[in-house]
Design a binder for this molecule. Structure first.
Ligand code: ADP
Length: 271
């Protein structure tokens, strides 16, 4: 029997006024899995992320389950308590939205733990584990975020999310703003993270760029104007797309690297 999903969306719909922008989206993210959601601008990717974070309301009939718990209708103190517990952590496209430019990167990384009143020794253990997971040196994070490269900043933002020990990382265009070399290192860091954490963690990565998603995702979900066009293992979706819209996305990218079938676990690249 397969393990229960960390995230399960069951016929998720979202309306903005009278316009339906997500239409009966069903997908699941299992422990240890990286699922990429790809679609053009306006296809509903951000709305999907907001719905999972419970920042927009889902329409009647939708269900959002996190680790088996139905969070679709949480409100008020119940919603605040769920957020505080931190099962879902969101990583912005722009890491400067989560790292305070005026304090050391190290301080920003553990900020979320102060709110949860995690003792100092435990906080530094988690910080070291998170840095190791994304391949960042302790020395580097003594700097302000402005003193880091774009890729290092993004890995620091991922470390900041990891210290909370989430079940699901929700990454929004994690590499789209980076140059090619930084992009590669962040993709490698995410692959290494997935291999290291195994079933403790799952990731949902949203992007318009099927090329970078294919490199890190086990499965691809293709979103076309608020509906799922297809959902399947990355290699199959890339090599034999079933939907013309997927073909269009693939043809817009010069070269796509898909994950190898049996990935050796890899130590994160350090810098
Ligand atoms: P993506 O992230 O894929 O670019 P979005 O989720 O931002 O897509 O948008 C999906 C659709 O919803 C688009 O047609 C967009 O114009 C519309 N939309 C997004 N936010 C709002 C809003 N706050 N009010 C009304 N329509 C919105």
């Amino acid at each position: 029997m397969s393990a229960p999903a960390i995230l399960e969306l069951d016929e998720l719909s979202v309306d903005y006024g009278r316009v339906r922008v997500l239409d009966r989206i069903s997908l699941s993210v299992r422990p240890g899995e990286v699922v990429g959601v790809v679609g053009e601008s306006g296809s509903g990717k951000t709305t999907l992320a907001k719905a999972v974070l419970r920042a927009v309301d889902a329409a009647t009939g939708s269900r959002i389950l996190v680790d088996g718990r139905d969070v679709t209708r949480l409100r008020g103190s119940g919603l605040r308590a769920w957020r505080r517990a931190g099962a879902v952590q969101y990583v912005f496209q722009d890491p400067l939205r989560s790292l305070d430019p005026a304090v050391s990167t190290a301080e920003s990384i553990v900020e979320g733990l102060r709110i949860g009143r995690v003792p100092a020794a435990e906080a530094s253990r988690r910080r070291a584990a998170a840095l190791d997971a994304v391949g960042l040196d302790e020395e580097l994070i003594t700097r302000l975020p402005g003193g880091l490269s774009g890729g290092q900043r993004q890995r620091a933002a991922i470390a900041r999310a990891l210290v909370v020990e989430p079940r699901l990382l929700l990454l929004d265009e994690p590499v789209s703003a980076l140059d090619a070399a930084s992009r590669d290192r962040v993709v490698q860091a995410l692959i290494a993270l997935r291999d290291a954490r195994g079933s403790d963690l799952a990731m949902l990565v949203i992007s318009h760029d099927i090329g970078s998603l294919a490199a890190m995702s086990d499965r691809l979900v293709v979103l076309d104007r608020g509906r799922i066009a297809e959902d399947g293992p990355t290699r199959r979706v890339i090599s034999r797309p079933e939907h013309p819209y997927t073909r269009l996305l693939i043809d817009s990218v010069p070269l796509i690297h898909t994950p190898r079938a049996n990935r050796p676990s890899r130590a994160p690249v350090r810098s």
